[in-house]
Ligand binder design. Structure first.
Ligand code: CA
Ligand code: CA
Length: 291
């Protein structure tokens, strides 16, 4: 069955308190209209997030979508079929954003037009690689702002969450209550300046339930699994992601942990997803060829 959710059905946090705006069955397809991370309040270069910009309402996520039959301990599997971009995105940076401060003296905006498969930046055409920044399920007993990533998903800002990928998210409450938004036409690993090309989009996806639990968000592409981990520091996040890779490989291949650690060391890549959110996110790429 095909469903559609409009762009104004958004949440700003992932919470067990929010009532689902849609209930779907496993296997259903949903077209999700997503809002951009600034709620479309920055549409010209004379507008910035400086001054009295309302940061309590950013990163809106469309939803929540309840999946019939999903129970705590299950995994919701989101297959992203396509991401259709609006015709204009926004890039923003501010003096305190990212690892290098005061590159700009004040908040600055760049409006980036989309032409087919390209985004135009200062006259240069750069290929788009549409991806979803925010995607997650409701946590069990607290509310987590959409700006923050974690075990539930949230602001993961991971480039591989794109058309053709499958995202595995842990379920904490009945129905899971999935929501998503914050699409980027393009983003570099790290999202160092604070944004990608932030843009409205139409995301077409299907949902399913896997009874196998997953500890933390995992992304599957044609040739690899990406095991994500978010934490306060890069060291902690790296440790968490590498530990996940060791356990994943060891369990998949039924080999001892130390052999899986060796395999991780010789064939898997430790990669940075983002360093600009309240928790940083890293991932380990496990190529399918070694499994
Ligand atoms: Ca984001
Ligand atoms: Ca964003």
């Amino acid at each position: 069955m095909l469903h559609r959710i409009e762009r104004d059905r958004v949440v700003y946090d992932m919470s067990p308190e929010h009532k689902p705006v849609l209930e779907v069955s496993p296997g259903d397809t949903v077209i999700v209209e997503t809002e951009d991370c600034f709620c479309h309040r920055i549409v010209s270069e004379s507008q910035t997030v400086g001054g009295d910009f309302d940061f309590t309402h950013v990163n809106p996520a469309t939803g929540p979508i309840a999946v019939k039959g999903a129970m705590p301990g299950d995994t919701i599997v989101v297959s992203i079929e396509s991401i259709e971009l609006d015709d204009q995105g926004v890039i923003e940076t501010c003096p305190s954003w990212g690892p290098v401060s005061n590159v700009s003296k004040s908040c600055v905006t760049e409006i980036a037009k989309i032409h087919g498969n390209y985004v135009s930046f200062m006259g240069k055409r750069i290929e788009v690689r549409p991806m979803i920044g925010v995607i997650g399920n409701a946590p069990a007993d607290k509310s987590i702002p959409c700006t923050t990533p974690g075990r539930h998903g949230g602001n993961l800002d991971t480039k591989n969450i794109m058309a053709g990928s499958r995202v595995y998210l842990p379920v904490f409450i009945k129905g899971g209550n999935l929501s998503l938004g914050d699409v980027h036409a393009r983003m570099g690993d790290g999202e160092v300046g604070g944004t990608g090309v932030e843009i409205r989009a139409l995301v077409r996806l299907s949902v399913d339930i896997d009874k196998m639990p997953v500890e933390s968000p995992t992304v599957e592409t044609e040739d690899a699994f990406y095991l994500l981990f978010s934490a306060q520091t890069m060291e902690e996040a790296s440790r968490g992601a590498v530990k996940r890779a060791i356990e994943f490989i060891s369990d998949w291949k039924s080999i001892p942990r130390e052999k899986a650690y060796m395999l991780t060391s010789i064939a898997c890549d430790l990669m940075i997803s983002q360093v600009v959110n309240p928790l940083v996110t890293v991932r380990v790429k496990v190529p399918k060829e070694i499994l």
